[in-house]
Design a protein around this ligand. Sequence first.
Ligand code: ADP
Ligand code: ZN
Length: 210
Amino acid sequence: MKLILLGAAGSGKGTMAKKISADFKVPQISTGDMFREIAKQGGTLGEKVKKLMASGSLIPNEITFEVLKKRLEKDDCKNGFILDGFPRSLDQAEMLKNVTDVDAVISIELPFSELEKRLVNRRICSFCGDIDNVSYEGYTGDCRKCGKKLFQRDDDKPEAIKNRLEVYKKSVTPLINFYGDKVMTVSSAGSPEETYAPVKTFLSKLEAKA
Ligand code: ADP
Ligand code: ZN
């Protein structure tokens, strides 16, 4: 199954991708994760990527295309994949079309005010990578899963958030139109489980048809 997941930052896109990946046995391909890895490695490319990401701007297409193409050529993508964070523009959708077709597009929706709130409160564990937040009684700055220190992503700071959400808003409508009746829309206002349930049903039917 070849899938695309659309959703703004804070929509729960990563969580959803993990669930789909586990249930339908397809690798989760997150361009954001790949770029964070490249940024960590440093060098000319790493520094450039790091700077762009910190401000909430997109990475240039020629870099993004190359990174993604290489990833899609790996063996584990033979039976499908779930793209998380790609495509982010019509150009990227056209590029993908030249490489492979897709079976379905899941679009996660949530009002921007809610996304903003989730993002400023979001914290990541420096050790286990879990996604946590500051909005509960008795927050200490430590991970609730493993006890290690939480940190805030550079692009979860208010200036960058605004930019990221604006960039997303501009890109998503043309993408929804581009993929037409392949798109399934779901609200993530409820819990992760509530959000995932209709998606699982939809994908199970799709899988049965194939
Ligand atoms: P989020 O969706 O939470 O903003 P991601 O982890 O998907 O974050 O992406 C983080 C950053 O990585 C983006 O702000 C952008 O700089 C870069 N990035 C990820 N995917 C793409 C892409 N398809 N094209 C260009 N830049 C990308
Ligand atoms: Zn942890």
